[in-house]
Design a protein around this ligand. Structure first.
Ligand code: 3UK
Length: 550
């Protein structure tokens, strides 16, 4: 192991003990040197190789070349080090919507040897205070439009000594300080295995977990998933919806384009309507978004011209075959589904366009290995559902967290997903392991029922969970958002139930169907099944027994 450049040893001190790390395989194939700074490899390298005048980042109001970006990164790094005394290994909280400035600050922290703690813009003071205490943060850089929540956070924790605001005209704003700073900065000589990012998981319950990632991990995801599956080229223009604080967005909107000297469009608001407007105007060739956004774009796009698109990536939750088929019919593009996780940094099972089996996630990304294991930890035969276990050049290291031993078992990362591998080696997603519905002793995967309902022309969105039932333990309950103009009545309930019975084993059909206007989703586009389960539980409570008098 190379000597760490960190003077602040917090990260090294809080990595899990070595024997609890996953096994890193195929790292040597990537041929990384012992010392590297990923900001140099991803930004400065482009300037060095003659792409200084190439557009790196575009937003509705800005256009920055790689040369301009590199200069801004250096100025910010000088401000952080000279003015605020940033030391290698210090953690810096980042609070921004997706903007070129966020990207510049991100790489300035990395280049100075700091550790980025990026957070979803929608997080509230309470959640930010927990993150601040957990990551022992004393420094935050924040878009001035998110100031109110930032100040509320400071009132909840005494730790945050310094907050630097960006985007205002104030003389102590980052922009003013940058003007006075030098555009030259010598990168911190970090080790390839110095921590550079703390990624908080979008976990739905419990104390948040911080995943720890090294400088080399940022390159490994480019050189495995992106190079082998996505295969972008320098002339590509990327766009998408995930926040850069979500590693799906970080990879897809910054690291992958930068690794090949391509261009990234960053939108502060990137919901389906924003993408429908931006794609015809800005003509991107690669899009990263979630399954629900692909469906919404199909439903709302009218005659919007999507012909600039060449590659479409979907992750965050399972991509139903119905959505894949509809997108192909409408655009001629075969969506690249891929499962990734914050713990793994990015996607580890996927398939190239020509290898896609619609409805399956794919095969292990080159560099990664995957298997399906039973309750005893042993591999199960093909065709049998079990827990997914993976390993590769990246993997799970939680910051000081006893849940490390739940995710990493015998050197493998166990993601909490139930999968089936088929005889050809394709991996078929079933459900989150704790989302399997047990009804009268049958195991039913909610996403399979969702995928079937989505193929019905009346259904726009749906979520399927188990609702408590006195006789069967649980029954399959579907919450359904209908397409515009369709009326949800008893006849439609029956129609949808019969439809599922005809497509799947009849015991899987939803015994209860409720029509709703909207489904609860996370900022990362995931259906919040726990929220639906709670609703289902409270609804059946009131039917089963009157609430206890208080
Ligand atoms: C689920 C999927 C089925 C699965 C992520 C790409 O989603 C990402 O990270 P998170 O930590 O969640 C991980 C969990 O999400 N999931 C993600 N993709 C798929 N399930 N099919 C998929 N294609 O339960 C997984 O364990 O929020 C995705 C890149 C980076 C990421 N962080």
């Amino acid at each position: 192991m190379a000597r760490s450049a960190h003077l602040d040893t917090f990260a090294a001190d809080n990595l899990p003990p070595r024997d609890l790390w996953p096994e890193f395989v195929n790292l040597d194939r990537l041929g990384y040197p012992e010392r590297m700074n990923c900001a140099v490899e991803l930004v400065d390298r482009n300037v060095e190789e003659g792409r200084g005048d190439k557009l790196a980042l575009v937003s509705p109001s800005e256009r920055w070349t790689y040369g301009e970006l590199a200069g801004k990164i250096n100025r910010i790094a000088n401000v952080l080090v000279d003015r605020f005394g940033l030391k290698p290994g210090n953690r810096v909280l980042l609070r921004f919507p997706n903007t070129p400035m966020m990207t510049a600050v991100y790489f300035a922290i990395l280049k100075a040897g700091g550790i980025v703690v990026a957070t979803m813009p929608l997080l509230r003071a309470k959640e930010l205070a927990v993150i601040t205490d957990k990551a022992e943060l004393s420094f935050a850089i924040c878009d001035h439009r998110l100031k109110e929540e930032m100040e509320l956070t400071r009132s909840r924790t005494s730790r945050l000594e310094t907050v630097l605001y960006s985007g205002s005209r104030s003389p102590d704003a980052l922009e003013a300080l940058m003007e006075a700073a030098s555009p030259e900065f010598a990168a911190c000589d970090t080790a390839a295995d110095d921590v550079c990012l703390l990624g908080f998981t979008s976990g739905t319950t419990g104390e948040p977990k911080a995943t720890m990632h090294f400088h080399r991990d940022m390159l490994a995801i480019c050189d495995c998933y992106s190079r082998e599956i996505l295969r972008p080229v320098e002339s590509d223009v990327f766009i998408g919806s995930p926040p850069l604080a979500f590693t799906f967005g970080l990879g897809g909107l910054v690291l992958f384009p930068f690794r090949v000297g391509a261009t990234a469009i960053l939108l502060e608001r990137a919901g389906p309507d924003d993408l429908i407007k931006a794609i015809p105007e800005m003509r991107p060739s690669v899009v990263f978004t979630a399954p629900t956004a692909y469906r919404a774009i199909l439903a709302k796009r009218g005659d919007a011209d999507l012909s600039s698109l060449r590659k479409c990536v979907s992750a965050g939750e399972a991509l139903p075959k119905a959505t894949w088929d509809d997108w192909l019919a409408a655009t001629g593009i075969r969506i690249l589904d891929g499962i990734g996780a914050t713990e793994m940094l990015h996607i580890f099972i996927a398939a190239r366009e020509e290898d896609v089996r619609p409805g399956a996630t794919g095969k292990p990304v080159p560099g990664y290995e995957a298997k399906v294991i039973g309750p005893d930890g042993k591999e199960v035969p093909d065709g049998t559902p079990g827990r997914l276990a993976v390993r590769g050049p990246t993997g799970c290291r939680y910051l000081a967290d006893s849940r490390q031993t739940k995710y990493v078992i015998d050197g493998w990362n166990v993601t909490g997903d139930t999968y089936i591998r088929d005889a050809e080696g394709y991996f078929w997603y079933q459900a989150r392991s704790d989302d399997m519905i047990v009804s009268s002793g049958y195991n039913i995967a909610g996403p399979e029922v969702e995928g079937t309902l989505l193929a019905h022309p009346a259904v726009a969105e749906c979520g399927v969970v188990g609702a408590p039932d006195p006789d069967r333990g649980r029954i399959v309950k579907a919450y359904v958002v209908l397409k515009p103009g369709v009326t949800g009545d008893a006849t439609l309930v029956k129609t949808l139930q019969d439809y599922v019975k005809a497509e799947l084993a009849p015991y899987k059909y939803p015994r209860a169907i409720e029509f709703v206007d909207i489904l609860p989703r996370t900022e990362t586009g995931k259906l919040q099944r726990f929220a639906l389960r709670e609703i289902a539980a409270s609804e059946s409570d009131t039917r089963a027994a009157p609430p206890a008098a208080s």
